[in-house]
Ligand binder design. Structure first.
Ligand code: ARG
Length: 404
């Protein structure tokens, strides 16, 4: 036995997407690191033929290949909590890729336990956030687990064209070509696109970078109005029709995407210190985040609403930075859950030419009081109380400027 073989682990479970990097990873792991590779492909609503992906892994050399339908769990335990936190990173990125990573890590660890494997592996490079999210999650879920990250080690294969050549040489079928070398991550909550021409931040993204949203030039000339019903922070209906989470998100992706809603072109600060240009498409997420935030403002007090935005910010960073399985996230969930008790009601939005605009809101828990707000008849506000209020409210400021 050679040295490399001696240091090989017995069984490694690989998070498998069916894409170029993880397909090459199967071959590379068998060559250099593991006696056996078990793959797990996870259905997060990416609408791919995962049976094909399952078989592809076996063809490339995996000893076992699993497909897990995790859509329900993804929506219930990851997407809805992040919606309750109005989670988005920097400008508009609704964290579709980031929020899926802890779930993938958890499901991979389930297979580790089921198959008695001694290591895990992913196809992430050394430059991205996803490696951090996976590995920090595994540190929490199974601290003794050995992690192998082929794409951090395989040197010249980092060059995309070389990787494509390697795949061709080993008979690994590939979907990205040398002509359109985007790296794409897709799930129910959104689509993330990077690489290729997109790496030039001055260049407008070519239309072929988009798949879920229409270009404004091709969107309908009439708006579509939608009503989203929420119960305790969770969207439960669309236009008065009750829908399960998966169907609701899929329908909204379609409806809003048709109007070009949900495109994000963002220069983003990665956790690892790199600024990168990212294209996102998240029609349903962008609409739901807007609607949810609006509803919260109607039903929560000013203090709760204002304070919550700093909690939301922290929660978003924590998702982005791969810190899902932490006591901090659990503690923030406690606060956030408390703020959702009143978040039931309906938000009405207009989808038109790339915009989703809130045009109406109602809730049984509404704190909006027409009698206090109106400038018309029926005004209940005590006008005589205003001068006294202002006198005391401004007292500190007045004292300072009198002395100055
Ligand atoms: N920059 C985003 C994030 O870190 C998206 C990464 C997307 N990955 C991809 N293969 N396109 O969450």
């Amino acid at each position: 036995m050679s040295n490399t073989e001696n240091s090989k682990v017995k069984k490694v479970v690989l998070a498998y997407s069916g894409g170029l990097d993880t397909s090459i990873a199967i071959r590379w792991l068998l060559e250099h690191k593991a006696e056996e590779v078990i793959t797990v492909a996870i259905d997060l609503g990416q609408k791919e033929d995962l049976e094909f992906v399952r078989e592809k892994a076996l063809k490339v050399g995996a000893s076992q290949s699993f497909v897990v339908d995790a859509r329900e769990e993804f929506v219930k335990d990851y997407i809805w909590p992040s919606l309750k936190a109005n989670a988005h990173y920097e400008f508009d990125y609704p964290l579709a890729t980031a929020i899926a990573r802890p779930l993938i890590a958890k499901l991979i660890n389930d297979v580790v336990i089921q198959t008695g494997a001694d290591a895990v592996s992913h196809g992430c490079t050394a430059k991205g956030n996803d490696q951090v999210r996976f590995e920090v999650s595994w540190q929490a879920l199974n601290p003794k687990l050995k992690v192998i990250a082929p794409a951090r080690e395989w040197g010249e294969l980092c060059d995309r064209n070389k990787a494509i050549d390697y795949a061709a040489k080993h008979g690994i079928p590939i979907t990205s070509t040398k002509k359109s070398p985007y790296s794409i991550d897709l799930n129910l909550w959104g689509r993330s696109v990077e690489c290729g021409i997109l790496e030039d931040p001055w260049v407008e993204p070519p239309e072929d970078a988009y798949a879920l949203t229409k270009a404004i030039e091709n969107t309908p000339d009439k708006p579509t109005y939608i009503e989203i019903g929420f119960k305790e922070g969770i969207p439960i209906s669309l236009n008065d029709k009750e829908l399960g989470g998966i169907e609701l998100i899929e329908t909204l992706n379609q409806l809003a995407g048709e109007h070009g809603v949900g495109r994000v072109d963002q220069l983003e600060n990665r956790l690892v210190g790199i600024k990168s240009r990212e294209i996102y498409e998240a029609p349903a997420a962008i609409v739901l985040l807007k609607a949810h935030r609006e509803l919260e403002y109607m039903v929560n007090t000013k203090d709760v609403a204002h304070f919550k935005s700093s909690i939301d910010q922290k929660y978003s960073e924590l998702i982005y930075n791969g810190l899902w399985f932490t006591p901090l996230r659990e503690a923030l969930d406690g606060f956030i859950q408390k703020t959702q008790i009143r978040a039931s009601g309906t938000i009405r939005l207009k989808l038109f030419k790339g915009n989703s605009t809130v045009v109406g809101r109602k809730s049984d828990k509404s704190l909006y009081n027409h009698g206090l707000a109106t400038y018309d008849q029926g005004d209940e506000f005590d006008h005589s109380a205003a001068p006294g209020f202002i006198k005391i409210f401004g007292l500190g400021t007045k004292s300072y400027y009198e002395v100055k």
